[in-house]
Design a protein around this ligand. Structure first.
Ligand code: HEC
Length: 176
């Protein structure tokens, strides 16, 4: 199930994979149709609250997929396959921060299993550690955005933030 969020205010036809404050990903797969988004925005608060509570596993996996898609865009810039674009770079790190802020609410007790989750039991056993790892990811993303002046400084900043992916996954995600 996909719900457009309030954030879905981009021009028609543009992809938008925003994660709103409740962890709802806006139209990640299809392009954002403005009309639909506006219609949904009216009741979005109620709908998104219901969505994130009824399916937190889908919401957190969507949040991580938005992070992953932003990372692919970042890698293209870092590797010189795409030009350095300050607005694009900002939006990559904003996607990280948004997801990091949404994630803590998406791991209720009753979501330890099901929905093909790979969340490790340690998330519930060491909640403070997990929350701290997300807060660090958010903080590093904010710092990286500030540090990224051109492609070289972006590359270094991007590498520093990306170290969070591996360290958190090793601790808090099960291996396949
Ligand atoms: C603080 C912890 C944390 C950080 C930081 C983090 N992740 Fe994750 N990630 C998780 C957890 C936990 C899951 C498993 C969620 C589940 O299956 O319920 C996950 C799942 C994923 C998935 C699988 C999504 C799916 O389809 O189920 C991808 C892809 C991913 N992360 C990419 C990234 C990338 C790229 C970064 C860094 C830019 C990153 N993550 C940073 C904790 C983190």
């Amino acid at each position: 199930m996909r719900i457009c969020s309030r954030n879905c205010d981009l021009a028609r036809g543009r992809r938008c994979d925003h994660v709103n404050s409740r962890g709802i990903v806006c139209c990640p797969e299809e392009s954002c149709m403005l009309r639909l988004c506006l219609a949904v925005a009216v009741s979005v608060a109620a709908v998104s609250a219901a969505f994130s509570q009824s399916d937190p596993i889908a919401a957190r996996r969507d949040a991580m997929r938005a992070v992953s898609s932003a990372t692919r865009d970042g890698a293209a810039i870092a590797e010189g396959r795409a030009p350095f674009d300050a607005a694009k770079v900002r939006s990559i790190f904003e996607t990280y921060s948004r997801s990091a802020k949404a994630m803590p609410q998406l791991f209720p007790e009753d979501s330890r299993s099901g929905g093909q989750t790979r969340a490790a039991a340690r998330i519930w056993e060491d909640r403070p550690g997990f929350t701290a790892a997300l807060a660090k990811f958010d903080k590093d993303a904010v710092q990286a955005a500030a540090d990224s002046k051109e492609v070289a400084s972006f590359r270094a900043a991007f590498d520093r933030v990306a170290a969070n992916c591996t360290s958190c996954h090793e601790a808090y995600r099960t291996r396949r």
